[in-house]
Design a protein around this ligand. Structure first.
Ligand SMILES: *Cc1c(COP(=O)(O)O)cnc(C)c1O
Length: 362
């Protein structure tokens, strides 16, 4: 069976502006220098000083007791699910969640858990929706043990769960005996956009993780945080899945560098996202969702164009975007894109959108 390639065709003209994903950022020279200087040990033996420093820092940042370094965010989600649930358990998550749509059916394949998709605007749901989805504890019902929230919600438009809404969902989950897991792939984008400490959003969660390969610009790595008992249990799954590492400090050093240098600047990505949205909104036929962080979604239906067609034509002029649905395009700002790149992208999208009038940058 053939799958559509994720990578764009390399025979195409060079990429001038890459808005495909913040995962495509490259480590800067300074970040690489920090990696070269990292003190290293054996991560699997709990003895890599740089990984240990990163984990301590992440536990403090999220208001949790302990933390564990992992190669990827997907592994954080899957290990958290494996640790929190037993086969046959039901996880409640937004229907558009990454664990539902983009992890290869991992919850079913690995934890043998089922996921119940909840509705809600912009990838979020409220306590009433959660309550309405709770089942009576009957022998023939799946045990509901875990609620998963995504901060920011990716498919929800890079939306930020307000602290109050999170607290309400968290309290409801706990009152009803469920644990709560936060997929914090872009947690720092949420914290910067909301102007709060990350721990204000994460302290009550039973597990939470942050990805370093997105807006933070590291080449790989994610850190899963939780109680000391949770992290102990999670370590067994890390070992079973082959996620225990050796001189991983070389990668943890990039993550520490990112925490020191690349968090506050996420505000620039958010400003560039707003600039991009404002530019795209001027292109006739495009319907642009108001960005809250670094993800800009727009709908091409009004321009008589599919998302794939727009992406292909933009690509032929050096601008990379991704698609999420028949008419839904995602453009993602990040550390390797500046305001001039954003303006160029707007110009190219205007040129390839049929209803688009000749466009000038103002
Ligand atoms: C990217 C992403 C993941 C997966 O992270 P990887 O590091 O790419 O495995 C999980 N959840 C969300 C919301 C994401 O955006």
């Amino acid at each position: 069976m053939a799958y559509a390639p994720v990578r764009p065709d390399r025979s195409l003209p060079p990429v001038r502006v890459n808005l495909f994903s913040d995962t495509q950022t490259r480590p800067s020279a300074a970040m690489k220098a920090a990696m070269m200087q990292a003190e290293l040990g054996d991560e699997q033996a709990g003895d890599d000083p740089t990984v240990m420093a990163l984990c301590e820092r992440m536990a403090a940042l999220t208001g949790q007791q302990a933390a564990m370094f992992l190669p990827s965010g997907t592994m954080c989600n899957q290990i958290a699910i494996l640790t929190h649930t037993r086969p046959g358990d039901e996880i409640l998550a937004h229907e558009s969640a990454h664990i539902v749509a983009s992890e290869g059916g991992g919850p079913g394949a690995l934890a043998r858990a089922v996921v119940l998709g909840l509705h809600g605007e912009r990838g979020m749901f409220d306590a009433a929706t959660l309550k309405a989805a709770l089942r009576e504890k009957r022998r023939n019902a799946p045990p509901q043990t875990l609620v998963a929230v995504e901060q920011t919600s990716n498919a929800g438009g890079g939306s930020v769960w307000p602290v109050d809404l999170l607290a309400e969902v968290l309290t409801t989950a706990h009152d009803c005996g469920l644990r709560i897991h936060m997929d914090g792939a872009r947690l720092m984008n949420a914290a910067v956009a909301a102007g709060v400490e990350a721990r204000a959003m994460t302290a009550g969660c039973d597990s939470v993780w942050l990805d370093f390969t997105k807006g933070l610009g590291a080449p790989l790595g994610a850190v899963l945080c939780g109680s000391a008992d949770f992290i102990d249990a999670a370590w067994r799954w890390k070992q079973r899945l082959g996620g225990s590492l050796r001189q991983a400090g070389i990668c943890a050093a990039a993550c520490l560098y990112a925490l020191d240098h690349n968090v506050d600047r996420l505000a620039e990505d958010h400003a560039n996202a707003r600039r991009l949205a404002a530019g795209l909104a001027q292109v006739p036929g495009l319907r642009v969702e108001t960005p809250e962080t670094n993800l800009v979604f727009f709908d091409t239906a009004g321009a008589g164009l599919t998302a794939d067609a727009l992406a292909e034509q933009a690509r032929s002029r050096g601008v990379l975007v991704s698609t999420m649905g028949a008419h839904r395009v995602r453009a993602c700002t990040h550390i390797d894109v500046d305001a001039a790149g954003v303006d160029l992208a707007v110009q190219v999208v205007a040129e390839v959108t049929p209803a688009g009038a000749p466009f000038t940058i103002c």
